[in-house]
Design a protein around this ligand. Structure first.
Ligand SMILES: Nc1ncnc2c1ncn2[C@@H]1O[C@H](COP(=O)(O)OP(=O)(O)OP(=O)(O)O)[C@@H](O)[C@H]1O
Ligand SMILES: O=P(O)(O)OC[C@H]1O[C@H](OP(=O)(O)OP(=O)(O)O)[C@H](O)[C@@H]1O
Length: 319
């Protein structure tokens, strides 16, 4: 079968080909019942039960494909979207989708996905002489996020000249590195770096400390300005939203004497309202969605007001 020709009529959905966001994105798709089989080494997979094709791309390239309207939908890091925005601002000719107009990156954020949280931070040697980002103006910075770093230091440079507009010539030197950016300071390639921090372990192990945050990032669902099938985008979006909500909540069920029902439902008001079923002999059964990270406290409070048979169940999906 000619895979590329069989893309005709399908919504194109880009996912990170491997790396940190890949597995969590695949879990979301599974929860949303988007079924596919990816053949070994192929970067395209046809979805079996919907007119969708999945395209596996590097995280950094997804905003370009979506922004140019070549792909309708994508999952990547917000840091990558911001880097692409900054690249398009620096070179508007790269916004080649006529629908977006010049100067626009062409990606709309649909929703945050609740995984892949990290921060793009300015880092310097912990025992060195730089204490704030202004100290790095005119120095050398190593980074994979060249456009965001350039924007960041352009703003700093205009601040350091009393807010005069930046004249386009950056005094700070931005050196592009594709990985192991933390090594740059120790090896004398850079005075500071702009790199991602999640736990902070890599930064500390390299003897660095963060002095500012350029972007707070999380995995996001993005769509192009003019997608091929907006109805299909709405369907996928609502399925994914359902999976994310389900991941955040559990279902709490318990029995309570009717005389204490109002106290108990104040503790478990539900997303909209708790479901109450009358039982014989003056008792009621209550069922309610509760935020997963609050459930232990909620159970304590329910026990205190006399709830019995408290059960907590996982929710697989919700709309
Ligand atoms: N500790 C971390 N380090 C780097 N990226 C992280 C971290 N935690 C979350 N992320 C997110 O993951 C994204 C990188 O994803 P991924 O690992 O898939 O990219 P990649 O290394 O370019 O891999 P590939 O190109 O194979 O997709 C970052 O842009 C960021 O949004
Ligand atoms: O704060 P932490 O939890 O330690 O994570 C941050 C590190 O992870 C990423 O690197 P990655 O492992 O992807 O390798 P790379 O340096 O080659 O990009 C990032 O560039 C940092 O180095």
């Amino acid at each position: 079968m000619d895979l590329v020709n069989s893309l005709e009529g399908r919504l194109l959905f880009a996912l990170c080909q491997e790396g940190r966001l890949n597995q969590a994105a695949l879990n979301l798709l599974e929860g949303a019942d988007i079924q596919f089989r990816r053949q070994n080494r192929l970067d395209i997979a046809l979805v079996k039960n919907l007119p969708i094709a999945l395209i596996f791309l590097p995280a950094a390239d997804i905003p370009t494909f979506v922004g140019q309207g070549r792909v309708d939908l994508g999952i990547t890091g917000w840091d990558q979207v911001k880097e692409h925005d900054a690249a398009v601002r620096a070179n508007p000719a790269t916004a080649s989708n006529p629908a977006t107009g010049p100067g626009l990156s062409g990606c709309d954020m649909v929703m945050e996905l609740g995984f892949g949280a990290c921060r793009l931070q300015v880092q310097v040697p912990a025992n060195g002489s730089y204490n704030c980002s202004l100290d790095l103006v005119g120095r050398t910075i190593g980074t994979s996020f060249v456009n965001l770093a350039t924007d960041y230091f352009a703003k700093l440079e205009s601040q350091s000249t009393g807010g005069a507009p930046h004249n386009g010539t950056l005094h700070t030197k931005i050196v592009e590195l594709s990985g192991s950016v933390e090594a740059a300071c120790a090896l004398g390639v850079a005075d500071g770096i702009v790199d991602l921090v999640e736990s902070g372990e890599t930064m500390r192990a390299a003897g660095l400390m963060a002095i500012d945050t350029v972007v707070e990032s999380t995995a996001v669902l993005i769509r192009s300005h003019a997608p091929s099938n907006p109805d299909m985008i709405d369907l996928i979006t609502s399925r994914i939203r359902g999976v994310i909500t389900a991941q955040k909540y559990v279902l709490c069920q318990y029995n309570i004497e009717r005389s204490r029902l109002s106290e108990a439902t104040k503790i478990t008001p539900g997303k909209r309202a708790a479901t109450v079923t009358s039982l014989d002999d003056g008792w009621a059964a209550v069922s309610s969605m509760v935020k997963k990270n609050k459930i232990a406290l909620v159970m304590d409070d329910l026990s205190r007001v006399g709830a019995h048979d408290i059960l907590v169940l996982d929710i697989h999906n919700t709309r």
